[in-house]
Ligand binder design. Structure first.
Ligand code: ATP
Length: 348
């Protein structure tokens, strides 16, 4: 395994910022730690980089121990490239010299060749002699990435690299960064609290809560098969629909009987909440089931409708934006979940 964390703990005083964190990243994979503010993402990244010692567990890269309790390889010996939140480009160096900064040990020709190659890949070959203040935020971000990749690190760590940019730009740049990392075959770990960014960049995402992982999975799995209610809430949008287990994989709800995939752990009679995503609730004029529109958000290609069932239960539905319905109207709906995921009902 290229990067491996096993039960890593980092405490500040009596409080563990990272509290038993374990995951593995294969060579060439892009991972992401995603979670709310204060869940320990940055601390985890700093432990991997070597800026923070660890109190328990072990961090390995290619089988070699980078850190364990009382033992730590110096950051500069870890072959790790970093891209920070604030980019931290040197303002007095031009683009070429910023990227060449970590290449003091290679020959002049090799250095020039490598910087040119990197700037071509990040699409900034014509900005060689520009200074950071002459570049847009996105361009500076790409220079920072090229600089991190220049010494051919074994692992690249990215700490909220897009946080200074607006959210539209973040997703686009996320994709660009992903392409650059993939072109270099880099193994990378990103931390962010922005789900769109995580999904745009990473192959595998770990949702963190209170210093540990709730789930480590592909974006698709996190969205469609969240392992916990916290992940279901944190990732994407949706509502919880109450139901009762009536068969090995069947749940009786006010919308009829819905079938789960893999219902083995449920017993008949158990009370559950089913996760329904907005794309599971289809607008269908021919359907006998109707709901009242009580709110709507126009998103360009589609509307996100909040719908109320006669019982008062609310659902979300994603509908192509040419279906323009007013608040108060009743519209036909059909439930067509890709995956029905159930969680034990919280006692109210
Ligand atoms: P954010 O998204 O807000 O940056 P994060 O998930 O990256 O949050 P961390 O910065 O890792 O979270 O912080 C996790 C917890 O550890 C927080 O409660 C924070 O206050 C605490 N913490 C982090 N660094 C230190 C430190 N040097 N000394 C004391 N407490 C710290």
């Amino acid at each position: 395994m290229w990067l491996e964390l096993h039960e890593v703990v980092r405490r500040f005083g009596t409080r563990a910022a990272v509290n038993g964190l374990s995951f593995q990243l294969e060579r060439g994979a892009i991972g992401c730690l995603l979670g709310p503010s204060g869940c320990g993402k940055t601390t985890a990244l700093r432990c991997i980089a070597g800026f923070e010692p660890i109190d328990d567990g072990v961090i390995r890269a290619q089988g070699v121990v980078l850190a364990k309790r009382g033992e730590s390889i110096a950051p500069e010996k870890r072959h790790i490239g970093m891209v920070f939140q604030d980019l931290a480009l040197f303002p007095h160096l031009n683009v070429h010299d910023n990227v060449a900064f970590g290449l003091a040990h290679v020959s002049r020709d090799e250095r020039r060749r490598r910087v040119e190659e990197l700037l071509t890949v990040v699409g900034l070959a014509d900005r060689c002699f520009h200074y950071p203040h002459q570049l847009s935020g996105g361009e500076q971000q790409r220079v920072a990435l090229a600089r991190a990749l220049a010494p051919k690190p074994d692992i690249v760590l990215l700490d909220e690299p897009f946080s200074s940019l607006d959210s539209e730009l973040r997703e686009r740049l996320g994709l660009e960064v992903r392409q650059v990392l993939k072109r270099f075959g880099a193994t990378a770990l990103l931390v962010t609290h922005d789900q769109r960014e995580a999904f745009a960049v990473a192959d595998v995402v770990g949702v963190m809560r209170d210093g540990r992982l709730e789930q480590w999975a592909t974006p698709y799995e996190l969205y469609h098969q969240p392992a916990t209610r916290f992940v279901a809430d944190f990732i994407g949008e949706g509502v919880f629909l109450p139901g009762d287990i009536v068969g090995p994989s069947a749940v009786q709800t006010e919308l009829g009987v819905l079938h789960m995939n893999g219902g083995a752990r449920w017993r008949p009679g158990q009370r559950v909440d089913l996760l329904l995503r907005p794309d599971d609730v289809i607008h269908d004029d021919a359907s006998p089931l109707t709901a009242e529109v009580c709110a709507r958000t126009f998103r360009g290609a589609d509307f996100l409708y909040t719908l109320r069932l006669p019982s008062g239960t609310q659902l979300l539905s994603l509908v192509p934006s040419h279906h323009d319905h007013a608040i108060g109207e009743r519209i036909g709906i059909r439930i067509e979940p890709d995956h029905v995921v159930a969680f034990e009902r919280k006692s109210s």
